[in-house]
Design a protein around this ligand. Sequence first.
Ligand code: ZN
Length: 273
Amino acid sequence: MPELPEVEAARRLLTPAMKDARFERVLLRRANLRRAFPPDFTARLTDATVLDVERRAKYLRLPLSTGEVLVMHLGMSGDFRVERPGEDDRVPPGLHDHVVFEMSSGAIVTFTDPRRFGSMDLLARGDDGPDALRTLGPEPLSDDFDTEALARACAGRKAPLKAALLDQRVVAGLGNIYVVEALHRAGLSPRRRASTIATPRGAPRPTARALVAAIKAVLTTAVARQLQPTYRDARFRVYDRAGEPCPKAGCDGTIRRIVQAGRSTFYCPTCQR
Ligand SMILES: [Zn+2]
């Protein structure tokens, strides 16, 4: 399932193909994805210019010259392919290629989605979109997400640290896998109370600093890996590695799987405190 790094990688893939380019032709190869396309979807896009390619949590937002915003979500299995005609390796449309954008940049952008949980909507500018987007916390890769912000959000919370990091109001778009990886990198137990990374008044402790650095490092590495297809299948350091030796240098612990709030957590009880 695409998480934030996959969506950020898609944003970086689409930006040179779509930003400042016009939709010359829009092809829909079916009537719906997760739900029906908006009425007159192709007519409303055709001739519109894409002003920017933005990401908010796991949504891609493309403000258009028409005043509307194209909002896209990858769902469970969505992905984009960008081709330039004339390239010999152009892939013919496949069974799961549902939407094709022919851009004035010369790029052909294809949205493929085998399970069809993805979505495309056209919203008025200023409409934040789904309610979940209105209450989202800071983007983890932005400067707004820093040690102070995380400490404030965790102060006084009795929930396990892992649960707090999955709360989208604390930090936006961080999914189960990357929370597990970041906690291992920071050496923090997923089971400790969230409040322990802050003082009672909400000031950061050193653990908050380590955790923010770990979250940014894990995501930055993951985005880079997404952009390098040969590394795309590289496995995670602790996620899905129960019973294997801890990968941290000098640690002789073993990765353990527990279930928290119905989700799998993988961690090393020896070096994560
Ligand atoms: Zn360890």
